[in-house]
Design a protein around this ligand. Structure first.
Ligand code: GLN
Length: 486
């Protein structure tokens, strides 16, 4: 089998069984990257030498018959807002263009402990703000299914890298949909875990009460396997969940949805939803019923208001989190300043892109003493209501089903001058972050023009096993091609 078509699971198995070595896999992958990446433009940084060195260490373990990690020899691409020791981490921003972290994020540490091989860092919207990866300071990643179109965002690089066969799996981050929406746009699987299940230590903060790291891959199985490695309590992250929950995610993949109660909010089928996506959703509902699930229409009226609450809260948190980029402590520093204030102003003016500045201004405004009650407090109240609505729904239903995105992958440049239109691309995903629950985006077919369509399966807090179980069962039934460039 060719490297681009292989799943993480197949690679791991092949290495364990001695069918090939990790070094062979990694070298083949770099060949593939050299051929395909000039077209798709995914990788900001590649670490070929280091990757080959790690692969050789795994092969050494295989030869000696030593115990192998859960991700032994499997290559992985990392979103460029996750800190990697000694390897540039830019957040696709000029302000961090040359930043080399002196430590690993907890997820990276865990991947290394399980013998994974890091291939490089992939493109994103600057500081994870955006839905198209067009806000990167460095390059515009293309959608591998149609190079004229965007891969979604902000983890557009993490989704495109998998769909283009330039890494079997990747890590992304999701604050309001940034794993699930690009996964849908690129026709791959992407999962946002329950808030607190995956450590945020070493993830460059956008909106700390919403951010989660999660897996993207060609299959549900790969995402489950990767989640097993990165999930679990971490003392380095004070918001890491202390509750007891199972992390043996692979064991949930039994192929059955029999008896599962699935709610489909009617509000998610209103105007603004693309007709082909709607039709695709309807056939998935049909399929689930045939497979023995109980699917019912429900109503979640407050959820419709989520977008405004999300953009106030996330921008407020961003305005505070991003104050550390001042040209003094680390990162880019502007030249030719006259005072400390001038240095900070110039650095931030030159270092941040347009969208990041927009969010900082919006957030600062919402938090200012005169407007705090009118905006921030109201957004927080709405967030509470949204949480309550989800909690009540999950008292009656195991899962909630919705589209992952209201629109098909759009043309590059189509929405970049209209932030409101861009924000609407997140209408189905932001509520899940506000509520802190997990959700998976699963490819379920293509439009008549061959563009991928994704559905979203949402679960209750710590319901990862439930959503993986349902997604796996559906995946086995509908079998969608996830490799765009053969
Ligand atoms: N597109 C959303 C935003 O721009 C979500 C981003 C994210 O999840 N990181 O805020």
């Amino acid at each position: 089998m060719e490297i681009q078509a292989m799943t993480a699971f197949e690679i791991k198995k092949g290495i364990e069984e001695g069918k090939f070595t990790s070094e062979e896999i990694v070298k083949m992958l770099f060949e593939r990257i050299k051929e395909v990446d000039p077209k798709v433009e995914v990788y900001i940084t590649l670490c070929e030498e280091e990757a080959i060195r790690s692969a050789k260490l795994v092969d050494e373990k295989v030869r000696k018959g030593e115990k192998l990690g859960k991700f032994a020899g499997v290559p992985i691409a990392i979103k460029d807002n996750i800190c990697t020791d000694g390897l540039k981490t830019t957040c696709a921003s000029k302000i961090l263009e040359d930043f080399i972290p002196p430590y690993d994020a907890t997820v990276i540490k865990r991947l290394k402990e399980e013998d994974a091989v890091i291939i490089g860092k992939v493109n994103m919207d600057e500081f994870a703000m955006g839905s198209s990866t067009e806000n990167s300071a460095f390059m515009k990643t293309k959608n591998p299914w149609d190079l004229q179109r965007v891969p979604g965002g902000s983890s557009g690089g993490s989704a495109a890298v998998v769909a283009a066969g330039m890494a079997p799996v990747s890590l992304g981050s999701d604050t309001g949909g940034s794993i699930r929406q690009p996964a849908a746009f690129c026709g791959v699987v992407g999962l946002k875990p329950t808030y607190g299940v995956v450590s945020r230590f070493g993830l460059v903060a956008f909106a700390s009460s919403l951010d989660q790291i999660g897996p993207l891959g060609k299959t549900v199985e790969d995402c489950a396997m990767l989640l097993e490695v990165i999930a679990g309590e971490d003392k380095m992250d004070s918001t890491s969940a202390k509750e007891k929950y199972d992390t043996d995610y692979l064991s949930a993949l039994d192929g059955s949805v029999k008896g599962l109660k699935v709610g489909v909010p009617k509000e998610f089928f209103g105007k603004g939803l693309n007709e082909e996506i709607k039709a695709s959703m309807e056939s998935v509902i049909e399929k689930l019923r045939e497979m023995g699930a109980i699917v019912e229409e429900i109503s979640m009226p407050i959820t419709e208001e989520g977008l405004s609450s999300y953009y106030i809260i996330s921008s407020a948190e961003a305005s505070s989190n991003l104050d550390r980029y001042d040209g003094i402590r680390y990162g880019f520093r502007a030249e030719g300043y006259e005072s400390v204030d001038d240095l900070m102003t110039k650095t931030r003016t030159e270092g941040f892109g347009k969208e990041v500045k927009r969010r900082i201004m919006l957030g600062t405004y919402a938090l200012s003493s005169g407007y705090y009650d009118a905006y921030y407090n109201r957004a927080q109240k709405l967030r509470k209501e949204i949480k309550r609505e989800f909690a009540e729904t999950f008292e009656k239903y195991d899962l909630i089903l919705s589209p992952a995105s209201p629109v098909l992958p759009f043309l590059s440049g189509e929405k970049s001058e209209n932030p409101m239109e861009m924000y609407l691309a997140d209408i189905y995903t932001v509520n899940i972050n506000l509520a802190g629950v997990p959700a998976i985006s699963l490819p379920c077919g293509f439009s008549k023009d061959g563009l991928p369509i994704g559905i979203q399966i949402i679960g209750p807090h710590f319901g990862e096993k439930k959503i993986l179980k349902a997604a796996y069962a559906l995946e086995q039934e509908i079998k969608v091609d996830t490799l765009a460039i053969k």
